[in-house]
Design a protein around this ligand. Structure first.
Ligand code: ATP
Ligand code: MG
Length: 464
């Protein structure tokens, strides 16, 4: 190499800068691909994102989309009937994506609860596309049509099919102004997927995907999933003021997924928490149930308990993780006082209210020490509640053993009946009942064996 030392130094500096710039550019392209951002400006001709690709830079949209598609389709396995829904809409010239929880769960390699589809087709157009299938108007004013797919059996004959799946297909929409932290005053349909994604609650729930395009992720939801962050889409304060249920949703996702809530989002949730009380009890109940049943419920109580306490009157952030994961058990733990009243306010069903109320009472008392105490519990609470209680304590086997051994815990199991007492000369109905109850006491406490002869001897003694 010729040249002066100074010339060589300059060459090295310039080369260094070029290498750094090249590395940064490659990183940005990779990051953009991950986030589903393309840079063709909608002009590459191969990019189905159109105006969404209003990014800056050189046009490499076709290449980006291809890569994005390959990466994403390797991750998301869409069930056949949902793919059929996407294809039917596509073939009719409409755009369609899976969106929301199913994309989030697929990215996390979890099995989605349900598969939601969103589309540029209007509700009427969606109905035309699926004219050969049964459709259900789930929420026409919100643009949601349920399409019934027959699975298994004879796919051409719905009645011969083994079962049906309903895919909810919702037209892209923009929500209007919100009233009372509850409902948008109007709903307008749009042709732009990004506008539909903008109305969604959290970045992780604002990712759309289809096999042709891959992810559409304008808010960095995929990165937030990777970083285990719950972040509101757009301005957090505005979003929670629009719909306070999102406060409960944020907490329940934290409890289900073990994610942290982003600082600004958490502050906005805290500020709006009390307005959750204006939300319909049924909607709060759904989110609260999912929250307390979440694997990370105790973590949420520890980190975000203050928000929850503001949002749900009477709730106590007592640890639920050590109790079995049954709704009524965990409700009894978090509503230890005025259980019935609180659960009725939240419109829980009668069975759940009755179970949780009995359990809260049992939790407040002494833990049964031995078989005698468990038999007393079966007698006073009934077998169902007692089993729930012992399961909650992780001691259900002790109840199963009592049942297997046929140990007497109820009047019906006593080896003596009212008729036997009548035959012994006791005629007063009230006295018959009281005597049987007293005998059951004796048997449960193991002072007398549950055998007719012995029981009759005891009665005779009492009658002397
Ligand atoms: P899950 O797996 O429990 O069903 P999900 O995210 O699918 O969770 P859904 O209640 O089924 O939750 O709602 C589907 C999608 O609709 C969400 O992922 C989100 O994009 C959007 N969404 C639901 N509720 C709201 C809300 N209150 N505000 C904004 N977007 C919402
Ligand atoms: Mg869902």
């Amino acid at each position: 190499m010729g040249g002066t030392v100074i010339e060589n130094m300059w060459t090295a500096v310039v080369l260094g800068i070029v290498v750094v710039l090249a590395v940064l550019a490659v990183r940005k392209i990779r990051k953009d691909r991950k986030a589903g951002i393309h840079s063709c400006g909608g002009n590459c001709g191969a990019c189905a994102l159109g105006e969404l690709c209003a990014g800056v830079g050189t046009c490499d949209g076709a290449q980006d989309i291809k890569t994005n598609k390959a990466e994403a389709s390797a991750e998301i396995q869409i069930p056949k009937h949902v793919r059929e829904a996407l294809n039917t809409l596509n073939d009719a010239g409409h755009e369609a994506f899976i969106v929301g929880g199913c994309v989030r769960d697929s990215i996390m390699r979890k099995t989605p609860n349900d598969w939601d589809v969103c589309t540029s087709a209007s509700p009427a157009e969606t109905k035309v596309c699926f004219a050969g299938k049964k459709t259900i108007d789930i929420g026409m004013q919100h643009g949601t049509i349920g399409v019934v797919f027959a699975l298994g059996g004879d796919a051409t004959n719905e009645s011969a099919a083994e079962h049906h799946e309903v895919v909810e297909i919702t037209t892209y929409r923009v929500d209007g102004e919100y009233k009372d932290s509850r409902h948008p005053e109007s709903v307008n349909f749009t042709k732009r997927i990004e506008e539909d994604l903008a109305r969604r609650d959290f970045t992780m729930n604002a990712i759309a995907y289809n096999p042709k395009i891959g992810n559409v992720d304008p808010y960095g939801g995929q990165a937030d999933i990777e970083n285990k962050k719950i972040k509101a889409v757009g301005n957090p304060e505005k979003r929670f003021a629009e719909d306070a249920l999102r406060v409960m949703r944020g907490l329940r996702f934290a409890a289900q997924l073990g994610f942290d809530i982003d600082g600004e989002t958490e502050a906005a949730m805290d500020a709006q928490a009390e307005t959750v009380r204006h939300i319909s009890a049924e909607r709060v109940q759904v989110e609260l149930s999912k929250l307390i049943e979440g694997v990370w419920a105790d973590r949420v109580f520890g980190k975000y308990g203050e928000i929850l306490v503001k949002a749900v009157p009477g709730i106590e952030c007592a640890p639920v993780g050590r109790f079995s994961n049954m709704k009524s058990v965990r409700l009894a733990v978090v509503f230890p006082k005025e259980t019935e009243e609180r659960l009725r306010e939240l419109r829980f069903d009668n069975k759940t209210v009755a179970e949780a109320t009995a359990l809260a009472r049992l939790f407040a008392g002494d833990v049964p020490e031995d078989r005698i105490a468990i038999r007393r519990c079966i007698r006073s609470e009934g077998l169902e509640i007692a089993t729930l209680y012992m399961s909650a304590l992780g001691r259900e086997q002790e109840i199963y053993d009592i049942i297997a051994r046929g140990e007497c815990c109820t009047l019906r199991q006593l080896d003596i009946t009212g008729k036997d007492l009548i035959d012994m000369g006791i005629t007063d109905g009230k006295k018959i009942g009281a005597t049987l109850e007293k005998l059951l006491d004796e048997v449960i406490e193991e002072r007398v064996a549950n055998e007719k002869k012995e029981l009759m001897e005891v009665v005779k003694k009492w009658e002397q």
